[in-house]
Design a protein around this ligand. Sequence first.
Ligand code: B1M
Length: 233
Amino acid sequence: MSDEEEIILSDLSDDELVEQMMDDLYDGMREEIEEAVGILLERGWTPYDILTKALVAGMTIVGHDFRDGILFVPEVLLAANAMKGGMAILKPLLVETGAPRMGKMVIGTVKGDIHDIGKNLVAMMMEGAGFEVVDMGINNPVEAYLETLESEQPDILGMSALLTTTMPYMKVVIDALNAKGMRDDYIVLVGGAPLNEEFGRAIGADAYCRDAAVAVETAKTLVARKHNQMSAG
Ligand code: B1M
């Protein structure tokens, strides 16, 4: 592209800019994504709207083309990197709501799985809603979950899996909690694109969370219920 044709992001209308962000995310252009996030913030967009209407929506398109064999791992990694650039700007803004401490969550992606964008988003939104979050990262074996639960004593255990081959591992973790008599000590929330409610029930989780907003709402409800039960009992 010649200099004359270069797109000036700040000259675009909101709709055009969001459209452009989807293209830039698709092309893995991190700096452009960061600039566009800054522009939308200046125009008064909420961090949550930028996240969901531009970044997550753009990543969905990437996901479809990855599935259909149009994009491959290197391109998807670049797109993920661009998304992370945007998320890094939004994170402190989502977190600084000054909400009172709601409870504590330990969250990690299960063994064999290295997808972390959705988990990071959940962690961010939970922090934004006033939860303390301990992020265990990716590829966590059952031993790591058990150790972290013992040392952190959270209210909630969150697990993420993006692959049909790794989602059954969530049951391995829940079974281990049962075997150790620890299951009832924690609210177990699970999420990730291939999961559904039925799966969540079948493996013995307390709830399946379709997205980060649902995770926050579910966490609030179940923590409040747990505290009520504890004060009644
Ligand atoms: Co992967 N990948 N990937 N990938 N990748 C998927 C998941 C896939 C659906 C793509 C496809 O074919 N359409 C497919 C899985 C198919 C299947 O299992 N049925 C797939 C595959 C096959 C693979 C590899 C096997 C590819 C290969 O190597 N041949 C490989 C596996 C690596 C491994 O993990 N061992 C692989 C690798 C990768 C990259 C490394 C290139 C990259 C990950 C980079 C990273 O995460 N740092 C990647 C990406 C980016 C994707 C897609 C395109 C996007 C995932 C994403 O970040 N979405 C994905 C396609 C898709 O899902 N559309 C795909 C955006 C994110 C915001 O959404 O993660 O769903 P999501 O999280 C949501 C909810 O699910 C929920 O809230 C989040 C926010 O709203 N949620 C939770 C998630 N976790 C939660 C936990 C909770 C609560 C809610 O706890 C309380």
